[in-house]
Design a protein around this ligand. Sequence first.
Ligand code: DNO
Length: 359
Amino acid sequence: MEFTMRWFGTGYDSVSLEYIRQTPGVTGVVTTLYGTQPGDVWEKDAILAMKREVEDAGLRVAGIESVNIHDAIKIGSAERDKYIDNYITTLERLGEADIHMVCYNFMAVFDWTRSDLAKKRADGSTVMSYDHAVISAIDPNNMSETLYSQSNGFALAGWEPERLAGLKELFAMYKDTDAEKLRENFRYFLERIMPVCDKYDINMAMHPDDPAWPVFGLPRIATDREKLQSILALSDNPHHGLTLCTGSLGTSPANDIPAMIHAFKGRIHFAHVRNLRRAGSHDFEESAHLSSDGCLDMYAIMKALYDSGFDGPIRPDHGRAIWGEVAMPGYGLYDRALGASYLAGLWEAITKAAAVKAI
Ligand code: DNO
């Protein structure tokens, strides 16, 4: 288990590597090459320069979040092999740079979805939130604009303006892709990339759908235990695994996250641990990491990770905007640092209690 933070790179992130390093217990970052588009081959020099910058700051690149998948791969169009070849070249170059974990998602059109990026709470902080009635009333063509008007001027991960400029075409492309087809295209992708993952020992950590239900009528294949089980069954290769994202899975009260952690033992390659408050069956707002601030039992989640032998990178996830910080929504330093310390505290207590019990 390695405590990490997500870092968006110089020029993209308001948080410096120096500040991340000063966060107790955090020894690594997960990052990406912002400025690249899904489908691009990552330049060797750019990978090495990013790695050097992180290491010069006294940290480690614990993995990539994300190498995004081109839509041609998700819909299985004629161009998919070209883009899978590009993806493989990027994986080879990451492997050669001694980077061994890649987070990605197989969501249709949109990465995470929220209706509000700065909802004010009673404590004066702001959080990202999701109101299903609001989302259902939005024309998806205006989604990108709605989010960018609240982004504090920062790029939003997974919401590449270049890609979303052609949103009408994107929706048209996905018209014939139902959940079954999406899963089948996923199988094809895995079959092609697993040999390179074997060669370079790269763990692929598929991120679940956020939120855990369909949005804008698009297919969803990673929302609950059963669906994730069938995704894992697409390839028995242990390099094919999951990002356990408690905030995404936790949007659905039906998801018993500690039980899922045990069920997916050995196949969880990365953990995003955060909390949220659900309101009704399809509405929620994010919260501070503490169990008492949201509806997830963070102790039970950390204990399940410990008991199942999880040993990959873990990171605090979205935080509130607090203490006047202006940052990318969800990714300020302050509340994530509080989250990291809290999670590290739980981990220490769990580890020590287990040692006492073992005597
Ligand atoms: C949102 C993140 C996602 C995640 C991708 C993985 O804050 O959790 O954007 O990084 O879905 O590819």
